[in-house]
Write a protein that binds this ligand. Sequence first.
Ligand code: AMP
Length: 216
Amino acid sequence: MKKNIILMGPPASGKGTVAKKLQSTFHLSHISTGDMFRDAKSAGTELGLLAATYMDRGDLVPDEVTIGVVKERFSKGDLGDGFLLDGFPRTIDQAEALKGFTDGTPLAVDAVINLDCDEEELVRRISGRRVCRNCGAPYHIETMKPKVEGVCDICGGELYQRADDNEEALRVRLSHYYESTQPLLEYYDKLGLLKNFESEVGADVLYEEIVKFLSE
Ligand code: AMP
C-alpha cells in the first residue's frame, strides 16, 4: 500500500475532497499548506498575517516560509500511517526541499497523484465552492450541498467562501500553477512517482480509481 502521497492538480481540481476521504479511510495525515495558512490567518498570528498578504490575491507564499512550515509539521512525527500532502510542493525548490528531508527515511514519497481538470470546470467549481471554517471540508452550492445550508455535515462548523475564491484571484492562482507548479509533473514523472487521474469523472469514481492505484 502506498502511504506517503503528494496530491497535485490546479486549484479546485478535487485535491481536498480526495484527501478528506483517504484520510478517514486509511489513517493518513492530511497536510494542507493552504489550510495551515488559513488557520494561521484566522488565529491572527504573524505567519497568518504574512501569508494572507500573498494568499488573498492568489500569489504564492515565499518558498522559505512555506518550506519552514512543512518541515516543522513533519518534525512533529505524529503522521499516522502516512501523509497526504495537499498543495505542497508547488515549486521545484519546495520539491527539492521535501526530497532533502524525507528521502532515505520512512517518510520518503511513495506516489504523486495528479488530478487533471478542464479550466472551465475549475472556474465553475471555484465560484460555487464553500469551505467549513472549522474542519476545512469542501462543499459546492450546487453539486455538493451540505444537508443544512451553511452548516458542515461533518462537524457543524460554519461554511464560508474563501477570500481567494473569486475570478480575479483564480486567474493569478492559475498563472502560478502553470508557471511554477506544472513543471513539477515532469519532475515527478522522471522520478517514476507520477500517476495521472481525470478529475471530471466524478468524486466517487475518482476515489475508487485512486484507492485501487494506492493498493497496487
Ligand atoms: P490552497 O488552499 O492549496 O489553494 O492554497 C491557498 C493559498 O495558500 C495559495 O494560493 C497560496 O497563496 C498559499 N499556499 C498554499 N500552499 C502553498 C505552497 N506550497 N507554496 C506557496 N504558497 C502556498
